[in-house]
Design a protein around this ligand. Structure first.
Ligand SMILES: Cc1cc2nc3c(=O)[nH]c(=O)nc-3n(C[C@H](O)[C@H](O)[C@H](O)COP(=O)(O)OP(=O)(O)OC[C@H]3O[C@@H](n4cnc5c(N)ncnc54)[C@H](O)[C@@H]3O)c2cc1C
Ligand SMILES: *[C@@H]1O[C@H](CO)[C@@H](O)[C@H](O)[C@H]1NC(C)=O
Ligand SMILES: *[C@@H]1O[C@H](CO)[C@@H](O)[C@H](O)[C@H]1NC(C)=O
Ligand SMILES: *[C@@H]1O[C@H](CO)[C@@H](O)[C@H](O)[C@H]1NC(C)=O
Ligand SMILES: *[C@@H]1O[C@H](CO)[C@@H](O)[C@H](O)[C@H]1NC(C)=O
Ligand SMILES: *[C@@H]1O[C@H](CO)[C@@H](O)[C@H](O)[C@H]1NC(C)=O
Ligand SMILES: *[C@@H]1O[C@H](CO)[C@@H](O)[C@H](O)[C@H]1NC(C)=O
Ligand SMILES: *[C@@H]1O[C@H](CO)[C@@H](O)[C@H](O)[C@H]1NC(C)=O
Ligand SMILES: *[C@@H]1O[C@H](CO)[C@@H](O)[C@H](O)[C@H]1NC(C)=O
Ligand SMILES: *[C@@H]1O[C@H](CO)[C@@H](O)[C@H](O)[C@H]1NC(C)=O
Length: 532
């Protein structure tokens, strides 16, 4: 049996090759069919031809790479899309959905391209990219304190647009100005206004979406279930967001920022202990992020590695009140008048994004940051204060690792007032802070990648005693394939990462998905599965 099965297999393989060869010779390729379908139904008033980038187009590479932020997903081995459609009109989005569906191509939707695992522009199945960067209009209505923003708009463009119209308005979202409204908001969206106003999704009041049937729906026509799901559940499981209607929030014309740095020798551990006790209970106008990283000590030679803890603050008011608040509630910080910088909200955005002092606000409009890096980031939630010996063990691991940066972001305030089921984002009351672990590197190659992935996993493992359990929670916007993936939309696999990102909301997301996209057209490695 064994000897005779071999020629059979070869024969079978050969005939399969013949079949696929002859079918290729006699008909168009799948991408030709896709493009043909786009042209066939193109509206004469909005020709789709200028939105289509075929793989042989001289601009294909640069268009693909413009919105790649993680170099790990920009190597020669990274699978490339067959076609990019950079939609210039809402009708192009509708056509792209319908045509990809009809020819059987997977679709990846990209707004700002910051996805940590490249989900918006990489797939291991034949796929096309629907790029939203041309759809980026921003329409701000200060009188009604609302705005409509298209998904290709960046946070920097939205922030600049608001500040250009009012000194007293803002929008709560991330600190990095190049994030796209499409991906960022649909994953929750948090920033330094979170303790006062909640997440971006807590301030979204309407949306326009293209569903799996190619229809354009708004809040009223999509219904409250789907509108709930796209505010934190990741819209790429449900459709394509065209635009969001956001509620602007009121802020004072002067805010105060600060950055206080302390090494272990300067008492950082004591300050971190007190930070954990107060960070989520401070007045909601005050947000104090903690950034922990290994640094060389001040001694000559620099071999005495230590930890530097930076306390980066945002206060919605002037420094006098801030100093009183910290003196009373967070005395170990030792905040002094010389640490406090009173500026406008738009200037505070530049401070938080670490632009050099004196940078003009127009820098927020730059869509192409000059720094691209290889990276692996992960997240955790902390519900109990980490005791001193725990902190000391963590410092040791960070120093030994040599290059990890940790961001500890305090919760509490408005975050605790919103129920876990209000939006798919479940990490509300009971969380003291969220950790982000950041590993950045510049060397190309499998060795550097494996080294960094390995360290990030080991550190995550070592943190187990101090963080949330059953499930070990994770933040969708900090996408991490290590917590589970599903290549074919299997429910059991989806439940593994789904419970970590959404907790009990996962079941409702599955119900909404099953109604909105029963064929599971909108899918990726971590999408919401349909009901089994
Ligand atoms: C440097 C940096 C700083 C960050 N800072 C913060 C922060 O302060 N706060 C925070 O909350 N997060 C932050 N993030 C995480 C960020 O919010 C997520 O990566 C987010 O998904 C980025 O959105 P995007 O549109 O830029 O990304 P993309 O890669 O374009 O999209 C991300 C995901 O959303 C989907 N998607 C994109 N557009 C659409 C659309 N129009 N319709 C349907 N689905 C869509 C994609 O398919 C993909 O699954 C940061 C990320 C980076 C790299
Ligand atoms: C496009 O239209 C032509 C002519 O009507 C038709 O023959 C062809 O099958 C269509 N192709 C697709 C992919 O829809
Ligand atoms: C590449 O595609 C763009 C967008 O469709 C188009 O404007 C351009 O003419 C194409 N270039 C070439 C060389 O085909
Ligand atoms: C690119 O490929 C398409 C067919 O897929 C062909 O029609 C077109 O002429 C090619 N363009 C260039 C610039 O080679
Ligand atoms: C505010 O919104 C209402 C209702 O949508 C609208 O009628 C009104 O014109 C808006 N006000 C302004 C100043 O645009
Ligand atoms: C800022 O506002 C002014 C007047 O309201 C407008 O002329 C200008 O174009 C705006 N700038 C930007 C970059 O939008
Ligand atoms: C820290 O010290 C090491 C040598 O121990 C050196 O290679 C590295 O460049 C130093 N880093 C900084 C930021 O000074
Ligand atoms: C800060 O506290 C001091 C002393 O209690 C008080 O005199 C001062 O008015 C307070 N400042 C502000 C801005 O609240
Ligand atoms: C920028 O520098 C000026 C002058 O040194 C200083 O007054 C101001 O507070 C600084 N602003 C920031 C945001 O660091
Ligand atoms: C990291 O690498 C070491 C040495 O190769 C190995 O023993 C360890 O299991 C790896 N850890 C993880 C989490 O992969």
């Amino acid at each position: 049996m064994k000897t005779s099965s071999r020629p059979m297999t070869i024969l079978l393989l050969c005939s399969m090759l013949l079949i696929s060869f002859s079918s290729k010779a006699s008909s168009l390729s799948v991408e030709d069919n896709f493009v043909q379908c786009l042209y066939n139904h193109s509206k004469p008033s909005h020709p789709i031809s200028e939105a289509i980038y075929l793989a042989n187009n001289t601009s294909f590479r640069s268009v693909l790479q413009s919105y790649v932020r993680n170099l790990r997903y920009m190597t020669s081995l990274t699978p490339k899309p067959l076609v990019i459609v950079a939609a210039k009109d809402e009708s192009h989005v509708q056509r792209t959905v319908l045509c990809a569906k009809s020819v059987g191509l997977e679709i990846r939707i990209r707004s700002g391209g910051h996805d940590y695992e490249g989900v918006s522009y990489v797939s291991h199945k034949p796929f096309i990219v629907l790029d939203m960067f041309n759809l980026r209009s921003i329409d701000i209505d200060i009188a009604n304190e609302t705005a409509w923003v298209q998904s290709g708009a960046t946070l920097g463009e939205i922030y600049y647009g608001i500040a250009n119209k009012s000194k007293y308005h803002a929008f709560p979202a991330g600190v990095c100005p190049t994030l796209g409204a499409g991906g960022h908001f649909t994953g929750g969206g948090y920033g330094n206004l979170m303790r006062k106003f909640g997440l971006s999704v807590d301030n979204i009041v309407d949306a326009k979406i293209v569903d799996a049937k190619g229809r354009i729906l708004d809040r009223e026509s999509m219904g409250e279930d789907l509108f709930w799901a796209i505010r934190g559940g990741g819209a790429s499981s449900f459709g394509v967001i065209l635009s969001w209607k956001i509620n602007l929030v009121k802020i004072p014309d002067i805010v105060t920022v600060f950055k206080v740095k302390r090494t272990l020798e300067q008492g950082a551990t004591d300050i971190v202990l007190q930070w954990q006790q107060v960070a989520d209970k401070l007045h909601e106008d005050l947000f104090v992020r903690l950034v922990v990283k290994p640094v060389n000590g001040s001694e000559a030679g620099g071999d005495d590695k230590t930890i530097e803890a930076s306390f980066v603050g945002m206060f919605l008011g002037q420094s006098g009140l801030l100093l009183n608040l910290t003196k009373q509630n967070f005395p170990k910080l030792g905040l002094e008048p010389k640490d406090c910088i009173e500026i406008s909200w738009v200037e505070s955005l530049l401070f938080w994004a670490e632009f050099p002092n004196g940078t003009a606000p127009e820098a927020l409009l730059d869509r192409n940051p000059n720094r691209k890096i290889f990276f692996k980031y992960k997240s955790d939630y902390v519900k109990e204060i980490i005791p001193r010996d725990g902190l000391e063990a963590i410092w040791k691991a960070v120093i030994e690792g040599g290059e990890v940066v940790m961001q500890w972001n305090p919760y509490g305030g408005k975050m605790s007032e919103i129920s876990e089921t209000e939006t798919p984002f479940p990490h509300r009351k009971g969380n003291i802070f969220k950790i982000q672990y950041l590993l950045n590197w510049m060397e190309d190659g499998i060795e550097a990648t494996n080294h960094h992935l390995n360290f990030s996993r080991e550190l995550h493992e070592a943190m187990t005693p101090y963080v949330s359990k059953n499930p070990r929670e994770a933040f969708l916007n900090y996408r991490d394939f290590d917590i589970g993936t599903s290549s074919v939309g299997k429910y059991d696999e989806g439940r593994v990462y789904g419970m970590k990102y959404f907790k009990g909301n996962f079941d409702r997301l599955v119900k909404v998905k099953t109604v909105a996209d029963p064929d599971n057209f909108f899918r990726n490695e971590q999408s919401i599965p349909t009901h089994p």
